[in-house]
Design a protein around this ligand. Structure first.
Ligand SMILES: [Zn+2]
Length: 130
C-alpha cells in the first residue's frame, strides 16, 4: 500500500486523527496534506504559500465535509440572490450576459473543485487510514 506522506516533514501519516488536508494554490496545487501538528506549524510559517485562511481550506475530516456542504449552500444562495435581485436590475446586452456567464462558470468550477477534492481526499487517504 502506498504510504501517505506529510508535505511538511515528509514522514508517514499513520492515523486519520493525525491527518489534515487543506486546499492550496501555490506552491502545491490543489491541496497539501499534513500531520495535525505539522499543519499548525505550517500555518505559522506560510509566508510564501497561498492557502485559504485558518481552517477554511481544510478538506479532510468533519471540517472538510462541513465546508463542502456550506459551499453548496453558499453557491445556491448566491445564485438565487444574483438572479432575483441583481440580474434584473443591470442593463442587458451581449456583453453583460457574457460577464454573468463567466461569473457563473467561475462559481461552478470552484464548487466542483471543492466537492471533487473532498471526495478524492476521502477515497485516496481517509479510507485507508485507521
Ligand atoms: Zn508531518
Amino acid at each position: 500500500m502506498e504510504k501517505i506522506l506529510c508535505d511538511r516533514c515528509h514522514k508517514e501519516i499513520k492515523s486519520n486523527k493525525d491527518f489534515i488536508a487543506v486546499t492550496q494554490y501555490y506552491p502545491k496545487f490543489p491541496y497539501s496534506k499534513f500531520h495535525a501538528s505539522c499543519y499548525s506549524e505550517f500555518l505559522k510559517n506560510r509566508f510564501w504559500v497561498i492557502t485559504p485562511k485558518d481552517g477554511s481550506g481544510v478538506i479532510s475530516g468533519k471540517n472538510g465535509t462541513r465546508g463542502a456542504i456550506i459551499g453548496i449552500f453558499l453557491f445556491v444562495f448566491s445564485i438565487i440572490f444574483f438572479f432575483t435581485l441583481v440580474y434584473p436590475r443591470i442593463p442587458h446586452s451581449t456583453f453583460a450576459n457574457i460577464i454573468v456567464l463567466i461569473f457563473f462558470l467561475i462559481g461552478l468550477i470552484f464548487l466542483a473543485l471543492t466537492i471533487l477534492l473532498r471526495v478524492h481526499i476521502y477515497y485516496k487517504f481517509e479510507k485507508k487510514l485507521a
